[in-house]
Design a protein around this ligand. Sequence first.
Ligand code: CUA
Length: 322
Amino acid sequence: GEKFIAIMGLCWLLAGCNRHQSTLAPFGADAEAIRHLFIVMLVGAVGIAGFVAWLMRRAVRAPVGEMTHRKGMRLVLWLGGIVPTVVLLGLLAYSLPYMRPRPVAPADLRIAVDGEQFWWRVAYRAADGAPVLSANEIRIPVGRTVAFRLTAGDVVHSFWIPGLAGKMDMIPGRTNTLVVRADRSGRYRGQCAEFCGLSHALMALDVVAMEPAAFDAWLEGQRGPARGAVADVAGARLFAAQGCGGCHAVRGTAAASRIGPDLSRFGQRATLAAGILPMTTANVAGFIRHPQATKPGVRMPAFPQLSDAEAMAIARYLEGLK
Ligand code: CUA
């Protein structure tokens, strides 16, 4: 008894550890429904378990010979048949409306997200203008409907932002649509939820829910070439000389490949390597030299030939892209 309570208490505590990635701390309507259903089912399950435990205790303690055959059969019929059927059917009936596929409503904003080993390709497609490309950090406006168009470039991934909605698979050659609405602003975390290779567990993403006006201004600011004075001219030259543009794009420069993540606004992101490392110059430099050390199986080649100073110069250049 005490052990069970201790374990339940521990689970409860641990569930609160990571509130920015939790179904139990929702910031969207869908996740709110999931949380509600979870609590109803949990209460139901605890009630049933408690009732069964009470019955077993009574059965064990009942004096021998008290029960007639007739009474026993009636007890089995009620407690073994009718009561469980009614309770379980009740819970099923309560949960069924939540499982109904919802109609795909017209959305205010479409965001295409493409799962890759082990990062997320992101393209914002507003009604007007060319798509805005990014990676690993998704910003959405609070209170507006957003349709995520989910695809995969290599293997099956799964798009899961626990605080926003349920998970949805990303399947090569197929487009799945997930329509969501955030109700609260803030910074949250998502995670790939389908095993996709060595670094599946290291395939996270940042989600920033913003007030609509701030979001519009931000999205407008994403258009056009990478801005700002080049933070490190030597770094920019090294970036070009090392052939980084063979995989990456920095709008407004010669780097225009779409194989790897778009780096045009790299310096705006809070994390590096799909939500894994804090964005610091040392982390970026370390990742450039030995990406496998952070993400086993990553497609990016290592650059061990770069000196510390050279890698730091490229990192400073990238951090200056805002
Ligand atoms: Cu992508 Cu698991």
